[in-house]
Write a protein that binds this ligand. Structure first.
Ligand SMILES: [Ca+2]
Ligand SMILES: [Ca+2]
Ligand SMILES: [Ca+2]
Ligand SMILES: [Ca+2]
Length: 448
């Protein structure tokens, strides 16, 4: 009989160990595979949420343009929604218009709304003295900004021209031409993140936890419970007006355009009889629209109706008028005639004005005559350049996105003149919103 003799004990043990190893290997592979599946699933989920957020931003942009197109008072700031919470659902996504308050910058939730570029100093037209008045500004940096934009290579005292830039580790030349964007400030000699961003590293106008914890997390801050923003908060390159010759513009230049254009506007707005009672502007040069108002014989209410459609060209002051209804105290303090001594008074008066006021005339009721004369050539009561700063999330609060748009309304139709993604600027909607989204990620819509 041929009885198969069993394998030696030692061999059986080896086979078992091999089988165990193989099984373990398979399990490991399965686990790894599963993990990578999960990762790609999550990545796909994030991508889908990001796409939803991008679509929500487009929806927000379209709604803002619609509101600007249908403004009742030309040049005013549109009111977007009756509530201030600011979370607008679009399908499974949400978007927010990140705004600014009229008064202070230290709340923990962003203000909801459209911002005004005319609330800021124009980097291309503000004088060195005006720039020096900004918070976080140094005389050296203000001088370097002027040298960067002026076309010559003559060094301003404390400034920087190509000779300075060419000595740097990565040399380049001074631009010697106007700024195209405020981000160009990074190239100007002496630019430091603490000057440009201040404590507001994510540029949302509110105090985020990392902006009020000292040196514990970036950025450095003074932990005083108040937001001290940097220069970027207060400057623009987009307010080109008054430039009535600019392409697409519909504004009437009282100093250069045909008087018939103004007569037509006055007749259409007030009727023929009233238009004839008013003083016609013919043959004079005005320093400011306020000067024309005083001359015209209009009431403040009447003037407010045409203010967004007229301008005066001024050889000494080029462009960049500042909207007295929206500019922050810090910006108002830079304007000749207003200064630090009057800026707080202007802001206080503004709070008692009707919401949505879009006129400059009230300034002459609170400043003395000399101050009004100095300030009014720089001032406007309206705007034609709006900043739409939209942040959004997709399904489950994921896929955070943020894009800023500048819309110009000085032509027949509102047009987008700048679009900037802020992919690495960080969460800008405040800690309470982040926590709320985390708690409600399964079904955020239930609260609406
Ligand atoms: Ca220069
Ligand atoms: Ca912030
Ligand atoms: Ca900090
Ligand atoms: Ca602070």
């Amino acid at each position: 009989m041929n009885i198969p003799h069993p394998a030696p004990r030692q061999n059986r043990g080896s086979v078992l160990i091999i089988v165990l190893w193989v099984t373990l290997g398979l399990v490991t592979i399965a686990l790894l595979f599963g993990h990578s599946m999960m990762l790609s699933f999550r990545a796909a989920e994030h991508r889908a949420a990001g796409w939803q957020a991008e679509q929500a931003i487009e929806a927000g942009l379209r709604y803002a343009i619609y509101k600007l197109k249908n403004l009742e008072d030309r040049g005013s700031i549109p009111v977007l929604a009756p509530h201030q919470a600011g979370m607008v659902p679009v399908g499974e996504a949400f978007f927010w218009y990140i705004g600014r308050t009229n008064t202070f910058l230290s709340a923990f939730l962003p203000t909801f709304g459209i911002q005004d570029e005319a609330a800021k100093l124009n980097l291309n037209t503000a004088t060195q003295e005006m720039l020096e008045g900004l918070p976080n500004m140094t005389p050296q940096f203000a001088a370097s900004i002027v040298d960067w934009r002026d076309e010559d290579d003559e060094l301003t005292e404390n400034g920087a021209e190509s000779a300075t830039y060419l000595q740097m580790d990565s040399p380049y030349e001074a631009k010697n031409a106007p700024f195209d964007s405020i981000d160009e400030l990074h190239l100007v000699y002496g630019a430091q993140p603490q000057f440009l961003y201040g404590e507001d590293i994510n540029r949302n106008g509110i105090l985020d936890p990392n902006e009020n914890d000292g040196d514990l997390t970036y950025p450095p801050d003074n932990k005083d419970g108040r937001l001290e923003p940097g220069i970027l908060e207060y400057v623009t390159v987009y307010t080109s007006g008054p430039d009535p010759e600019a392409e697409g513009t519909q504004m009437i230049d009282l100093n250069n355009d045909d008087d018939d254009q103004l007569s037509t506007l006055l007749e259409e707005t007030f009727g023929q009889a009233r238009a004839q009672e008013l003083n016609a502007p013919g043959g004079q040069t005005y320093e400011s629209i306020l000067e024309y108002f005083n001359f015209s014989g209009m009431t403040e209410e009447e003037f407010a109706q045409i203010e967004g459609q007229i301008t005066v060209s001024n050889e000494e002051i080029e462009g960049g008028l500042i909207n007295v209804n929206t500019a922050s105290e810090a910006v108002l303090a830079c304007i000749p005639g207003i200064g630090i001594e009057n800026a707080a008074t202007v802001v206080a008066q503004r709070q008692s004005n009707e919401p949505g006021t879009a006129t400059v005339t009230w300034i002459s009721n609170i400043l003395d005559e000399d101050a009004v004369e100095d300030a009014s050539p720089y001032l406007s009561g309206t705007t034609s350049h709006y900043l739409i700063d939209i942040a959004a999330v997709g399904r489950g609060g994921k896929g955070y996105r943020r894009t800023q748009f500048v819309i110009a309304t000085d032509g027949e139709e509102p047009r987008i003149i700048a679009r900037k993604h802020l992919p690495r600027s960080g969460w800008a909607l405040g800690e309470p919103t982040r926590l709320w989204l985390a708690e409600n990620k399964q079904n955020p819509l239930r609260s609406f």
